[in-house]
Design a binder for this molecule. Structure first.
Ligand code: NAD
Length: 491
């Protein structure tokens, strides 16, 4: 399928598709360096128009009073539409962020499942009637914020955007989506599907653009009543600072430097599979990437030998090549940053056991490819071990006992995910409880479900997406007291 085009793609405001050349952004294929398309970017004035349209749409009777089961039908039809356009959507994501086609397909299926899940939640989630403490009935009702912003990164736009838009709509809001400037297209394509599914105009607006212009205008706009952000920790911190001044709630899904742990009694073949997928899938550009591997000293040499063999054997190729296991990283500047981090690891005494360079092959020369990289010999305080690299780079560190392991694993600013490989179930439980992380995988890694709340400890975020309670992120509770005393009512 050819998803490249010479026309500037329009953005969506108030149900209208609007094209503008002012500040338009280029979507670039990181596998080839070629421009896929130009995409309209929203100026501050267009953000203002989108907020006005969203505010009108959110308060219009047709949306505000739509019964939950009817809203659920629209969400269900969006899910069906995503499934019907699965090939196109997977291809669109692949040509913008370079993930291999099979992973893009899995993420499209995940997005469809997310809309289906929140359709079910929308139809079934009730309000509460707590026990009364007097002659009254008290109810906890949940109201939408009105206009909420969803600001997303480039690594998995299909799933990240669905995880915000579906529950925010289920909760009764209107949404402004600001996709990453690297991956503006899938959000626009899903918005078309949502229009066809009967979503009223103005309820979903898609505003591509940079963080500095479009994102900045959105988070400062007085009509935006809540911000749901996924991206880097520094950006999250600056958005939270604006939200604090404006006294609006934020949900933040931020970076990670997740510890992946192999004890000496682990099933090593399975553990190595988990570690390799956990860091190299998506070229390591996953917030939950297991980028710090702690290995019990007894099995360190064996694990390193297995890892090096696996890393060297991974097929780095064009993302739609049959059998490709790793595509490029998302862009050329991003690759330069990864290269600088690996050079820094060398300078700090790290030993590059695999990778540490671009792959060979003329057909890859124009793309932002980088080989799967394994580094040993660094301490837990080395820069490459402390900072999120967001690339295919694994740092391996030894540990001697459980106390040493917990101390090292928790000695990080982040707290998103973690993984434990051991045959000892008591130990698995102890370590799982001691790790400061929002997610713990035991004898598996990167197992994810829309039904399970997701989010980070420490500087990895605030709030939990997904699950039934994912809808509550986009609502505010209201206590209603209703007297049961007949004397208080005119007969
Ligand atoms: P980023 O923080 O640079 O950008 C994320 C989004 O924020 C983009 O849409 C960007 O345009 C926008 N933005 C940037 N500055 C802004 C500002 N001042 N105001 C408003 N919006 C602004 O992140 P990225 O490079 O796109 O993505 C990679 C990061 O995302 C990594 O740190 C990764 O760990 C994180 N991430 C976290 C999760 C999670 O669920 N915890 C999931 C995926 C990615």
């Amino acid at each position: 399928m050819d998803t490249t085009t010479t026309d500037t793609q329009p953005m969506l405001i108030g149900g209208e598709w609007i094209t503008s050349e002012d500040g338009a952004i280029d979507s670039v294929n990181p596998a080839t360096g070629r421009i896929n398309r130009r995409v309209t970017a929203a100026s501050a004035a267009q953000v203002d128009a989108a907020v006005a349209a969203a505010r009108d749409a959110a308060s219009a009777k047709g949306w505000r009073d739509m019964l939950p089961h009817v809203r659920a039908q629209i969400l269900g039809r969006i899910s069906d539409g995503i499934r019907a356009h699965a090939d196109e959507l997977a291809h669109l994501q692949m040509i913008e962020n370079g993930k291999v086609l099979s992973e893009c397909r899995t993420q499209v299926a995940g997005a469809a499942a997310t809309y289906r899940y929140y359709a079910a939640v929308c139809e079934t989630l009730g309000a509460e009637v707590p026990p009364a403490r007097g002659d009254y009935l008290s109810m906890t009702a949940y109201e939408p914020y009105g206009v909420v912003a969803a600001i997303t990164p480039w690594n998995s736009p299909m799933t990240m955007e669905a995880q915000k838009i579906a529950p925010a709509l289920a909760a009764g809001n209107a949404v402004l989506l600001k996709p990453s400037e690297v991956t503006p297209s899938v959000g626009l394509a899903v918005a078309r599907i949502a229009q066809e599914a009967g979503l009223p105009p103005g309820i979903l607006n898609v505003l591509p653009g940079t963080g500095a212009v479009t994102g900045h205008a959105i988070i400062h706009h007085p009509g935006v009543r809540m911000v749901s952000f996924t991206g880097g920790t520094q950006t999250g911190r600056s958005i939270a600072a604006v939200a604090a001044q404006r006294l609006i709630p934020v949900a933040l899904e931020l970076g990670g430097k997740s510890p992946h742990i192999i004890f000496d009694d682990a099933q090593l073949d399975a553990a190595i599979d988990g570690v390799v997928d956990g860091i190299f899938e998506g070229s390591g550009q996953s917030c939950v990437a297991g980028s710090r591997l702690f290995v019990h000293r007894k099995v360190l040499d064996q694990v390193l030998a297995m890892l090096v063999e696996r890393a060297n054997g991974l097929r780095v190729d064009l993302p739609d090549a049959p059998g490709a296991q790793m595509g490029p990283v998302s862009g050329f500047r991003h690759r330069e940053r990864i290269e600088a981090m690996v050079q820094g690891a060398r300078d700090e005494g790290g030993e590059i056991l695999a990778g540490g360079c671009r792959p060979e092959g003329d057909h890859l020369a124009a793309g932002a490819f980088y080989r799967p990289t394994v580094i040993a010999g660094l301490g837990n305080h080395a820069t490459a071990v402390r900072e999120e690299i967001f690339g295919p780079v694994l740092c391996v560190l030894p540990f001697d006992d459980e106390d040493d392991l917990i101390a090292q694993a928790n000695d990080t600013a982040f707290g998103l995910a973690s993984g434990i490989w051991t045959a000892n179930y008591q130990r698995a439980w102890r370590v799982a409880r001691a790790l400061e992380a929002g997610l713990v995988w035991i004898n598996t890694y990167k197992q994810l479900s829309i039904a399970t709340p997701f989010g980070g400890f420490k500087e990895s975020g605030i709030g939990r997406e997904k699950g039934v309670t994912g809808v509550r992120l986009y609502q505010q509770s209201k206590g209603i007291y209703w007297s049961m005393n007949p004397a208080n009512v005119r007969a």
